[in-house]
Unconditional design. Sequence first.
Length: 688
Amino acid sequence: MDNRSLIRAILDAGPASGRAGQIARWILPLAVLAFGFWLIPLTHTCQLACVPGDNGDARFNNIILEHFYRWVIGQDRSLLSPSFFYPMPGALTFSDNHWGTAWIYSIFRAFGWDRYQAFDLWYLSAYLVNYLASYGVMRKLHFSPLASAVGAFAFTFPMPVIAKHGHAQLLYRFLIPVGVLCWQRFSETSRWRWIGWLALVVVGQFYISIYLGYFMLLLLAAWAIVQWRLEGWGPSGWFRQWGSWREPSDRQDLIVAMCILFLACIAFVVLMHPYLHYAKTYGFSRGAAEIATMLPRPQSYLLADESRIWGGLTANYFTVPMRGEHQMFFGLGIIGLALVGVFRSARRQRWLALVSVVLLVVLTLSVQGYSLYLLLAKLPGVNSIRAVSRISLVFTFPIALLVAMGVDAVRGATPMWRVLVVFLGVAMVTESVATHTVHFDSSQAREQTKQMVTQLPSPLPEKAILFNPSQADEPFFVTELDGMVLGQELNRPTLNGYSGNLAPGYEPHSQNYPCVQAAARIEAAKLFYAQHLKRRLPLGAAGPIIIVGNASCAETEAWRKMPLTDAGKVSLRIESVQRRGDHYEVQVDVRNDSAYALNTSTSRAQPLFLSWQKVSEGRTVDSKAWVARIEVGGHGSLLPGEQRSVSFSVPVAAGDGRALAVNAVLEGRAWLSDYGLKPAFGSLSTEK
């Protein structure tokens, strides 16, 4: 075999044969993979010196992966309840859990790489398996080595995928082509074993990412519908094997398929039950308005803001909400190659691929606020899928099939067509390489954690709970994630937490003192346990709290009962009194300027209430005339420095006085006006 025959075998889009063909089957895909891998994902990691993404979602994904590894080696006792958002249960279900790929990260950690290096290797592994799986599937679908390699590049490295580099949980998509292959084998044979394997593949993609698993189902549904309408292979073909169940081979095949389906269902329940349970417990859901902001617009398919080639155009001429989720432009190269496949290929599958993509685009498209998808979003569970624009990550595969068809279609064509395909292939690679990504320095991240450790007492108290307080000059997610990383590094629980959902009461309050912020979260946890779990906090869950950069909060005044001598530091102000027929509508502001948290929950001892009485023009109150109890309400205790607005009604009666007086009482303990609080007054006579 001479060099000329080898080169011809590598570059020929047709089937490879002989020794040259055997070498081409290995050299060509590996060369394309190495080229794309070196220029794209490896540069994202700065050759393992940085972490792709920002200080937000990239670090969050790292924390979830690290939690899985810690659980595997026994450092974290609960898989579903990590050490962050402490002591709230089920915090792993607030977002993707990475169960499908965290074992890859864990292998790298077990071999000695630290959390940031293991994350980079896990990130790179996604591109590797995506390419190999898509290439293998295309070869199974009888594409040439060259077409399969170019199609696999289009599936693995397109601009919409690179734009999601900060959401690395969306990178592992290798089961999508495998699922399409399973369906195609089912359509060719009508044997249900392929449906069984397809079910396992789909569930596997759900384990990798619930978003991608759900969108994969939509793709398969669109593919099946199009195949039914265009090729006539529909329900009668789907259930054909059931008609021959008396045949031993068919009966055995059906039994195997049902067993596999049963296993897939069990695996799916194991994955989804915790999500459904905790979504109901916490009341998590996505409203239609929130989902609508992330539905693709027509202009979404033209957005590529991070492209050094197209970014200037798309940034200046198109406006969409939640812009970062709408980077869906595939580029001139991929679109051009796909169109060549549509118009030049003789394969029937081109219509399956094209119309499936069109159906998904039509289903999810939002035009002037109207979208068919909003009807689908009303279904239970579906309303948890917020970023619908991510569906572009799934129909990359039918588009990649069209690209492969385009390459194969020019075999034997005129030189002009071959030159066009080469030009479009070069454009595809150039557009992907020219897509800008962000990263953070892993060495700086390590140093940040070390600096935080120096701000803690040494040694840490036994059973200490860590908390990194919010800062007014820093994004809240940065401090929350800093605290989460610190907790993992020191093997301690932390009150900090950041995820797709937040535990109730764990919102940042940078205006409050650090110990007050910690007290608010513990109070929120107590209220959640009492109201939703019907039990007390776990023993030891309230402290000692160790604040980064501050002393322990175990003895802070905010945790103790307010002495009555500080009652004068609680103030009341009547904002308005409005006559509404037979009653007055009253609004009162309550402010706590003491150093103590005041309980406002009626389920706990000595709650704070308001009370009122009508007084004469001299505004002299009668200590025995305070008649009603008005709940202060709100979420948790009234913390130091906090102010709340309370609204209530007062009936109109004959002989009403000239004013309304409002007082505060710690029920079962004392009237605060007896210890320094000044009642608030508002006029009744002038308000009609």
